[in-house]
Design a protein around this ligand. Structure first.
Ligand code: CMP
Length: 139
């Protein structure tokens, strides 16, 4: 059964380009409630652990460099069918393939620097949320 929470990060490119406010507006306008949120920066170790599933991919080094180069906004979002609905809201990984009006179409610059993260399953949403937040930081 689908759970009602997903995990997101506004990535360093979108933060650098001044898009935090516009992205949060899109997220809340789409009906997601923010139940946890922080402005933080990933260490190299954090990024290597968070993206361990991609460690054998050719872009892994680039991904870790990118995700650690500046601050991010991490958040847990709540809505019915959260994982699937949020992936629809952000659009395809590659912004060139993302649908019109999606967050990546609007704010991402490339497949690597793609503005936002969205969990790909309920299981990963729970793991990723717990990676960034303790129980008393979730409301
Ligand atoms: P995301 O889906 O949030 O998590 C994995 C990330 O790896 C993805 O976003 C991109 O930022 C990055 N990524 C995926 N494919 C590529 C690629 N072909 N080249 C560079 N980075 C990629």
């Amino acid at each position: 059964m689908a759970t009602n929470r997903t995990f997101t990060m506004i990535k360093p490119d979108a933060v650098e380009n001044g898009h935090i406010g516009a992205i949060l507006e899109k997220i809340t306008a789409a009906g997601f409630k923010i139940v946890a949120m922080k402005y933080t920066q990933l260490s190299r170790r954090d990024a290597e652990e968070f993206y361990a599933i991609h460690s054998e991919r050719p872009f892994f080094g680039e991904l870790v460099e990118f995700m650690t180069r500046g601050p991010i906004v991490a958040a847990i979002l709540e809505k019915d069918n959260a994982v699937e609905d949020f992936r629809a809201l952000i659009g395809a990984t590659n912004p060139e393939e993302a649908a019109e009006g999606t967050i990546r179409k609007l704010f991402a610059t490339s497949i690597g620097e793609n503005a936002v993260h969205g969990s790909d399953s309920d299981e990963n949403a729970a793991i990723e949320g717990a990676f960034h937040f303790s129980g008393r930081e979730v409301f």
